[in-house]
Design a protein around this ligand. Structure first.
Ligand code: IYR
Length: 233
């Protein structure tokens, strides 16, 4: 018998057979394995309600002490995107020409990126994610730090990317660095820090992506105790 904690409510999950679990995850893997970062977008507008639902899905992420330390700004305004692009390209130009190491530039070469970012204006929407480093008590004005903000926002963005892919939309996790200017341009409060810029839309006609491969299960997963490779299971 499980103990009942004050204010808690009952919770259950469906219990699938082994075959059902495997089948469900095989299908999910095949689908998510098709997700790719895209840097060239059609300008066709995406229904706002689809983006809102994707953000709701992101908001189901677990977070430190359930503080939900995230804000998702959906930017479709052309003038604002023009200003964001100008600021992004200024920072990215400095990054590519001064801040990034030779090794970093070499590592990026297969992605064929540079400081020019047309996708900021071409994609129909940007979802700019902010991490909330603290909350302010409305009565006392006291600041209370949030917990595991980086981890919480990372998980939420993972769910957001999966949701957008589920809707057949492409996205890019774009990381201009530094990106404080995004808080200024979007007039975010001083407890918020820009986390990621995520252009969203359909891939433009003729879009290509680098021919990447993913690490195998053996490369990313270790069993304790080691799996007996000779076992019949
Ligand atoms: N923010 C730059 C550089 C960049 C860095 C990494 I690490 C990438 O995986 C991709 C790009 C840009 O967006 O071009």
């Amino acid at each position: 018998m499980t103990s009942h904690k004050e204010g808690h409510i009952p919770y259950q999950l469906p219990r699938y057979s082994d075959e059902e679990m495997q089948g469900r995850l095989d299908a999910m893997y095949a689908h998510l394995d098709q997700r790719r970062s895209v840097r060239t977008f059609s300008s066709d507008p995406v229904p706002m309600e689809v983006l809102h639902q994707a953000v709701r899905i992101a908001g189901t992420a677990p977070s430190g002490a359930h503080k939900q330390p995230w804000t998702f700004c959906i930017v479709t305004d052309p003038d604002l995107r023009k200003r964001i692009r100008a600021a992004v390209e200024e920072e990215e130009h400095r990054s590519y020409s001064e801040r990034m190491s030779e090794r970093w530039l070499e590592d990026l070469a297969p992605l064929a990126t540079d400081h020019i970012k047309p996708f900021i204006e071409e994609a129909p929407a940007l979802i700019i994610v902010f991490r909330r480093i603290h909350e302010t008590d409305a009565d006392t004005g006291q600041r209370h730090p949030n917990y595991y903000v980086q981890e919480s926002c990372g998980i939420a963005v993972g769910l957001l990317l999966a949701a957008l892919h589920e809707a057949g939309l492409a996205a890019l996790t774009h990381t201009p660095s530094p990106m404080n200017f995004l808080g200024d341009l979007l007039q975010r409060p001083d407890n918020e820090r820009a986390f990621l810029n995520i252009p969203v839309g359909w891939p433009a006609n003729g879009t290509t992506v680098p021919n990447l491969s993913r690490k195998t299960l053996d490369e990313i997963c270790i069993n304790y105790p080691p799996e007996d490779k000779n076992s019949q299971n």
